[in-house]
Design a protein around this ligand. Sequence first.
Ligand code: DGT
Ligand code: CA
Ligand code: CA
Ligand code: ZN
Length: 593
Amino acid sequence: MTKNEIADVLTEIGTLLELKGENPFKVRAYQTGARALEAIEEVELGRLIAEEKLGTIKGFGEALVQKITELHTTGRLEFFEKLKATVEPGLVELLQIPGLGPKKIRALHDKLGVADIAALTAACNDGRVAALDGFGEKTQEKLLAGIKNREAYGRRHLWWDAAEIAEPIVTGLRALKQVRRAESAGSLRRGMETVGDLDFLVSASEVAPVVEWFVAMPGVKEVTAQGETKASVRFESGLQADLRIVPDEQFVFALHHFTGSKDHNVQMRQRALARGLSLSEWGLVPAEGEGTAKEKAEARGQTTDVRSEKDLFKALGLHFIPPELREGLGEIEAAERGELPRLVEVGDLRGAFHNHTTASDGRNTLVEMTAAADALGWEYLGIADHSKASYQANGLSEERLLKQIEEIHALNDSKRFKTHVFTGTECDILADGRLDFDGALLSQLDYTVVSVHNAFAQDEATMTARIIRAIEHPCTTMLGHATGRLLLRREGYRVDLAQVIDAAIAHGVIIELNASPWRLDLDWRLWRKAADRGLLCAINPDAHDTDGLRHMRAGVNAARKGGLRREQILTTWPLAQVRDWLRAQAKRRGAKK
Ligand code: DGT
Ligand code: CA
Ligand code: CA
Ligand code: ZN
């Protein structure tokens, strides 16, 4: 097991012990143990274990040393398995309700016998929760709202989670000898931030073995429909998947149809009709009356020999429309005029700015994060740990930030990695719009990301003024996660984004496209117009560990949906150009001489 996986187990042990009402010191030992483990480098952990020196690290008592060693060497821990078996699974599920921590859950369990979400709903509905010590009417309402949200959102899934399930399925389908072509379609292919269900499309020489393979896949919990050429299944997570099998000559039409969106399809069909053609999942044929589609199309100098989606669009007089743009938001008109943007690709990325390390709430060290960026071939990596007001995220004090700046300079000087590290901070925007660090300190950094992390409940006018004040600060380089939303979990705070975007453009401040699959904030729907008015974008993973750098892919999806051109995204620029831009911005705004 890797150190981060081990740290997750330790944290979960802490949670389970807390749910069981164990001694708080014991609980703390696991939590601080997990933190301490995250601060060690992976190779260092291997060495300490091999030399039996793990016990020399502060925070690791004998019990922890034994457990970490067992997990590291065997990937399992008997103590953990047994512990899990003694805690009702419903209690762990209760942790998903906002506002409920282990202590509150224990109180609900011990005093009201609540052991799962259904029981909690009942207890809230008849006012028993409000009557409990330390809860009250307001908490009860909040819990009920949280439960309701969870149900409403429970039906959709993050793109990231859906893609992780879908990709091996496409690979598996393509490996079947009966399968000629296989693709995933629907909202997943369109790169939507959330996905209702998966849609797989296959052309095959023989259908039965494909359907049989599909319904017998590992992870399938329930087969909800099974026919000769289609099937639907449900996975453990609640995610559903549809499979359709078509003859190969129909594949392109079906792929286009099932990719959608519905609005895009409707407009495409109208366009076909205007040209005397009928477009459907089965093909492109004459609508009515005289002549075949081929004859009609040829009379217009078009081809109906459709072997790819490109051919299909061409047959309707259009340039190829990438799936991400097929939302019925003007892409057909743009494709007709040949005005579709060349969309950004993962390979265009050269770095990112909003990344955390173990100095604040990250799980990998500066060196590990840099090594990971280097392995990705990035030219630069920006480190932006939290500032002191984010104490819950172990935000850095002035001294710790100064020390980190020195560390980064030393790392750059050592030439250990090809990746250049930029010094930065994710500086809290305080409730009144002031920044958490003063200009004297901020001007020593290469850049400053400013973000809202508290006082989410402010009214729209207050929040808008607060963020604009932060944008106006001469040291501000970019605004982080503009609305603070967590997809499927939490709405963003109330803010007038039009005003925020105007301010960012006016002051030459970047707004980030936070690539974390939970955020994807600023929303793709707002980018095209803003970028064409001069707003510069930075795609940032908000990585809290090396694995988090992979999230850039989700950000690229959103940028593609937003129709952003490569040059509108700072993080696709080469190092020298980025460095020049950062210097020029600081100078222009009076942050530096
Ligand atoms: P989702 O699953 O809710 O995230 O969204 P989609 O877009 O994947 O929708 P889904 O799975 O219901 O259907 C896949 C595609 O099939 C959809 O994007 C367009 C096409 N489609 C489905 N139903 C209709 C329909 O009633 N009319 C048209 N024109 N297209 C449809
Ligand atoms: Ca779907
Ligand atoms: Ca579907
Ligand atoms: Zn943040």
